[in-house]
Write a protein of this length. Sequence first.
Length: 598
Amino acid sequence: MRPKKLCFLTFTFFTLSVLRVDSTQPPFSCDSSNPSTKAFPFCETTLPISQRARDLVSRLTLDEKISQLVNSAPPIPRLGIPGYEWWSEALHGVSNAGPGIHFNDNIKGATSFPQVILTAASFDAYQWYRIGQAIGKEARALYNAGQATGMTFWAPNINIFRDPRWGRGQETPGEDPLVTGLYAASYVKGVQGDSFEGGKIKGHLQASACCKHFTAYDLDNWKGMNRFVFDARVTMQDLADTYQPPFKSCVEQGRASGIMCAYNKVNGVPSCADSNLLSKTARAQWGFRGYITSDCDAVSIIHDDQGYAKSPEDAVVDVLKAGMDVNCGSYLLKHAKVAVEQKKLSESDIDRALHNLFSVRMRLGLFNGHPEGQLFGNIGPDQVCSQEHQILALEAARNGIVLLKNSARLLPLSKSKTKSLAVIGPNANSGQMLIGNYAGPPCRFVTPLQALQSYIKQTVYHPACDTVQCSSASVDRAVDVAKGADHVVLMMGLDQTQEREELDRTDLLLPGKQQELIIAVAKAAKNPVVLVLFSGGPVDISFAKNDENIGGILWAGYPGEGGAIALAEIMFGDHNPGKVMIDVSKGKAVLLYLSANA
């Protein structure tokens, strides 16, 4: 990092050191503040977790048991058990997209790393591990500070990005099962507190990671078909070769403590009701020893949308007998007791699910009393948005951005010879666009325009398009701006209005009048232009490939909070992604950065 280039930024690191527990939070399980519960065997930390979980479940009434089968599990005051939220998100940084995390004046944000598709482009497993490690540490800090009601994070998304139009492809490591599996294992180890080599700290969890969405899920909403009723027809060969390997790696190598079953059916059977998938494959074959959650409302759609189950009670029976443990939603809470009364469901099926759920909470240390003095109890707010984590976010952006074209060695631009710069495009002055989806508030915002202004004082900006949709474009004005500058940078591509959860694309073209604008500006500029594309999925830019007026093309994905700085560094030669060597030796990676001018 070069501090002189960041003079326009105000860095804010959260350095509060006092752990704060929300006064509305019930006593910690087995805490000295509730001494009557300390005598229970489930509070005895010297006993095996399986024995402790079994003891706890045996003390619950049927109504109490059923209350714990949903993501927002209520407290059980008579046993000193606080409420627990299973749903938290941490796709590429701790996020408040789920109800389990909240930010306030104590901890205002979290480090926002690049969106997964860009991080994966580094092909650096150790970096993936370090990112997971940082996210797990920040997650634990939020819990210790009383700003989290759960420590189970529903990430990583390791579905195969087979159809390039899929709106959620940005969340994944891509289309290759081997790379995706390696990413899964590396990220999960980092989040959960394992070493890179795979060693565990006596089975304890820093935070819990969850491999999703199990399995063959790669369609959200496309031409009248949605993910809730989609039936993925997959051959056994394709399932074994393509869709299952990442989940197998996530369980066997990463030792993930969570799995999420998907909305869709696979060969006619809903994923969350498929015992062959959940029990025979994940648990029996792969040795999975964690909890399995539904995607949100995935149990209800088995009856309400898919018509697979004849009644709500049958849907409850189907998922619990298949091996699912907790329902994101309220369907199990509403219908499980009736299923028991109708003798369709045995209480032992509920006990099995609860044993898995409480075992994970115990592995997280949430039944060991107050966190102070525990293994991860000293992780405080100063670990969130730390300088170390922000530098890592910058590194990840540097190493993921891809140079697609550099005709006549246009890049890097000369800092001394470039007297004026025109920055044009709808993505040039947006900080939010850099972050992607499933993100919490970042530690800081720097837009691409601001980052480039730190290099070239005489920088002129024009958005050219009304939005990324670019249904209205000021082509003539953009051309005039381009004519007056030494060099032109076009910041184009997509954002979350074009691709996201519940929004698949129908083609791979740039939206609206973007192509028209790029061609016109490139033709008018004094020198060949630099085209920067922000997107999570591929974009067809074949028109630019052989256009001599377009001298450089960079794909920047959604590069996170450090992305704008990384992009500017690359464009002006302070970082050269084409000259990075990775030497992996004995499980450790050493990055050797060579001068861009070497």
